[in-house]
Design a protein around this ligand. Structure first.
Ligand code: 5GP
Length: 215
């Protein structure tokens, strides 16, 4: 077994178009020992997306079988497609002491909390509804109807921010990524996480006194 403490589970939720995936990709590049969990989804890969990289793309039947087998830590139907986090993948990383970040919707986050699984929730907000709409239109391969659906869902989702431990406004990607990085580092410095490392240092003080007494 690893001598590291169990890793921390971070959850990042945000309305579609807020830029959370870019933010979290930046974060895992910058911080060692932080991994982004790769979700399973029943939706088809978009151009440029790769199976086993962006998502594990699976059929609806296989998704349903995984739900029946209890393979998911959480799962949800988002915009008509199923998305889920495999419990085994996450557990393996946490058990070896690595921190894991789940980029999941508010329904999934609620499931993790209601199952009593320890986590640190971060809600990312766009600076305003208008800016979110502009971003959705700007990036958009989405139809007008899809944009409306995403904005409607966003309106519901943003009301959940207070269920999370932290709120980060994504006004500018670098600044927002560094604020999330600050949250991760602060959580890592908690006594609960640092106890073993601190105790090792305390030992050196005892050894030093012991040497001093014997000389
Ligand atoms: P997209 O299809 O644009 O990649 O993702 C759509 C939404 O699904 C996003 O809000 C994203 O956070 C959410 N999502 C992605 N993976 C998961 C997951 O494993 N579980 C849950 N609950 N939501 C997910």
């Amino acid at each position: 077994m690893s001598s590291n403490p169990r890793g921390l589970l971070f959850i990042v939720s945000a309305p579609s178009g807020t830029g959370k995936t870019t933010l979290v990709e930046r974060l895992v590049q910058d911080l060692p020992n932080l991994h982004m969990s790769r979700s399973y989804t029943s939706r088809a890969a978009r151009p440029g997306e790769q199976d086993g990289v962006d998502y594990n793309f699976i059929s609806r039947d296989r998704f349903a079988a995984m739900v029946r087998d209890g393979a998911f830590l959480e799962w949800a139907d988002v915009f008509g497609h199923c998305y889920g986090t495999a419990a085994a993948d996450t557990e393996a990383m946490l058990a070896r002491g690595d921190d894991v970040v789940l980029v999941i919707d508010v329904q999934g986050a609620r499931q993790v909390r209601s199952r009593g699984i320890e986590n640190v929730g971060i809600f990312v907000l766009p600076p305003s509804a208008d800016i979110l709409e502009q971003r959705l239109r700007g990036r958009s391969k989405d139809s007008e109807e899809q944009i409306h659906q995403r904005l409607e869902t966003a309106r519901r989702e943003v009301g959940e921010f207070a269920e999370y431990e932290y709120v980060v406004v994504n006004n500018e990607i670098e600044a927002a990524a560094s604020r999330i990085g600050g949250i991760v580092l602060a959580e890592r410095a908690r006594v609960k996480q640092m106890r073993r490392a601190a105790e090792k240092i305390i030992e050196t003080f005892k050894e030093q006194r012991h040497h001093a007494q014997n000389t």
